[in-house]
Write a protein that binds this ligand. Structure first.
Ligand SMILES: Cc1cc2nc3c(=O)[nH]c(=O)nc-3n(C[C@H](O)[C@H](O)[C@H](O)COP(=O)(O)O)c2cc1C
Length: 555
């Protein structure tokens, strides 16, 4: 049995806090490195203006912003970063705020990048391919869309496709390549060698299955980019026809791989789009650097922007208005996130087996093991737990609270003793806690009775909190109605002044901790085909001793 005194508990808090902060600091460091990388490629202002003259704004049209990755990154940032990002995101929700490039402008930008701005084609291709791969990974999970066919043309677009396929391999997808007209330059032969070393299969046009739909989940159209003009020649004319035709016939069967076009749907006019109306209708378009004019006609569910290498002089010269890249992401969604059919949302959990033989005899020991793994996995707030209570009316209510300590005596959190949960707990001490660690496919369920922690313990924790949180706890008459936000702010300001010369802010009587003593703990780990592991611990009396019995429950 594991028994920890309050000092050991404190050590545990400090350990957990330190690890969380070190993970947070690492994340910030990565973001800073990326910013430095970006700035390092910009030139001093006098050189900018010598190189570039401003040109009039480009035509615009923006179907409304969907900020999936942006919101994710937003959530993992510091308050200051979040505020700055929120301002920027708001600015880009304006539908007329994004720029589209003509073919000439796109070519000019490439010339500038690879001329005065010092980029090589290899670098741009690597970053473009990585952007495409990360965009695909944002929209199509490897667990559902594993089998990818990248159809690569002879030019840069084909090279982007080869790079994307390499990254997709490393992301856990199974790419195949169709690269019928290989370019004999070292850059391209190198890309082929890299893919061959990963044992990525290359298929000739003749080897392609007659029914692409049955063999692949994603078809990457990396045939022609923005510099292509004229009519497609064999074998690409036929491949493009297959891609365009396949969508129509497969729509009838409700079975079709997702078509992802890189920069331009092959066969489309760079500015006028699908002129014949018979061209490829991709599900996803990954625009590179900035969308080309034809992208205005894109009607698929996923439009992403990639190519996070545009230096300020280019953005200024072409008056580029583009959505900001979230965090360290190489891609950003343009437009709305498509509506999802909630009933079709499902995950196939893949985890190592969770066996009776490997679990700890004591559930708190097992809990700590999993908790430490959740911390090590870099989960945000792994100590967040849903607390469910029910008062004498028997009506349950749930809310999140933060675990602030755990030992054999139970699970501790702090709150307001006059809140709804406190009222319910005073009427009925039975409650449950629930942890969900999504990326580990794990859930822990705890049930038991609740008691207040000692005043001494609450005092100790109260004074370990930041001053702002201490004042906030005094201000908040939790769960009561407030006339407006400004009332809270006003009270906060008054207390800040009142305590400005006070070293130790007194803990209010109405604030303190609760401890739930577990009567039942269940560890759940998601597995394939819904055959999840559920190991439940419940206490039993054996020879007058309380021991934990472990049973497996049906999923
Ligand atoms: C992630 C997260 C952590 C929270 N942690 C706490 C906490 O530790 N203590 C607390 O009183 N409220 C916490 N809250 C707020 C509660 O969910 C809830 O709004 C508040 O306690 C009032 O609940 P009640 O009216 O049911 O008493 C947290 C909310 C979230 C989303």
């Amino acid at each position: 049995m594991l028994l920890l005194n309050s000092r050991a508990r404190l050590v545990f808090y400090v350990h957990v806090r330190t690890r969380m902060w070190s993970i947070l600091r690492n994340k910030t460091a990565t973001a800073t490195t990326m910013t430095c990388f970006f700035l390092a490629h910009s030139l001093p202002p006098p050189l900018f203006s010598a190189l570039f003259k401003p040109s009039p704004p480009l035509s615009a049209g923006f179907p409304g912003a969907g900020w999936g990755p942006a919101i994710r990154s937003f959530c993992s940032r510091s308050d200051r970063e979040r505020r700055a990002m929120a301002d920027r995101l708001e600015g880009f929700c304006d539908p007329s705020s994004i720029s589209y490039l003509t073919q000439r402008e796109a070519a000019e930008i490439d010339e500038n990048l690879m001329g005065p701005l010092g980029f090589s084609v290899d670098q741009l291709m690597e970053l473009a391919g990585l952007s495409v791969a990360t965009s695909i990974a944002e929209a199509y999970k490897a667990s559902e869309y594993k089998r990818i066919l990248a159809i690569c043309g002879p030019g840069n677009n084909g090279g982007d496709g080869l790079v994307a396929a390499r990254h997709l391999f490393h992301f856990g997808y199974k790419p195949c390549i169709c690269y019928p007209k290989r370019t004999p330059k070292p850059l391209y032969t190198g890309l082929v060698t890299q893919l061959e070393s990963l044992r990525v299969p290359f298929l000739s046009v003749e080897d392609l299955p007659s029914d692409l739909s049955s063999e692949f989940d994603i078809l990457v159209d990396a045939v022609f980019g923005f510099s292509f003009h004229g009519a497609a020649r064999p074998p690409f004319d036929d491949i493009i026809r297959r891609l365009a035709g396949m969508r129509k016939s497969d729509q009838a069967n409700k079975k079709s791989p997702a078509i992802v076009s890189i920069d331009i749907p092959s066969g489309w006019h760079v500015e006028e789009g699908d002129v014949s109306g018979e061209g490829i209708k991709p599900d996803m378009l990954v625009s590179l650097t900035a969308p080309k004019l034809c992208a205005k006609q894109f009607r698929g569910p996923h439009h992403f922007l990639g190519g996070r290498f545009v230096p300020p002089p280019i953005a200024e010269k072409y008056n580029l208005r583009l959505p900001p890249y979230p965090g360290t992401s190489m891609c950003v969604r343009i437009g709305k996130i498509p509506q999802v059919d909630i009933s079709s949302m499902r995950e196939n959990y893949i985890s190592p087996e969770f066996q009776e033989e490997e679990v700890e005899a004591h559930p708190i020991k097992q809990f700590r093991k999993w908790f430490e793994e959740a911390v090590a996995a870099g989960l945000r707030e792994p100590n967040a737990m849903a607390l469910s209570t029910a008062g004498k009316d028997g009506k349950p209510s749930s809310r999140m609270v933060l675990l602030k300590g755990v030992d054999e005596d139970g699970f501790v959190w702090y709150t307001n003793y006059e809140s709804q949960k406190a009222r319910e707990l005073s009427e009925n001490p039975w409650a449950s806690l629930l942890f969900y660690w999504e990326s580990l496919n794990r859930q822990v369920r705890v049930e038991g009775s609740v008691e207040k922690v000692s005043n001494e313990e609450s005092e100790l924790y109260f004074h370990s909190r930041p001053r702002g949180s201490q004042i906030g706890a005094i201000v908040s008459n939790q769960s009561s109605i407030v006339p407006g936000r400004q009332v809270l702010h006003q009270q906060y300001k008054e207390l800040e002044e009142k305590f400005s010369d006070v070293n130790l802010i007194p803990k209010p009587k109405h604030w303190g901790g609760y401890r739930l003593k577990p009567e039942l703990i269940e560890f759940w780990q998601g597995q394939q085909s819904r055959l999840h592991d559920r190991l439940q611990y419940c206490p039993q009396e054996v020879d007058g001793r309380r021991v934990w019995r472990i049973v497996r429950l049906a999923p």
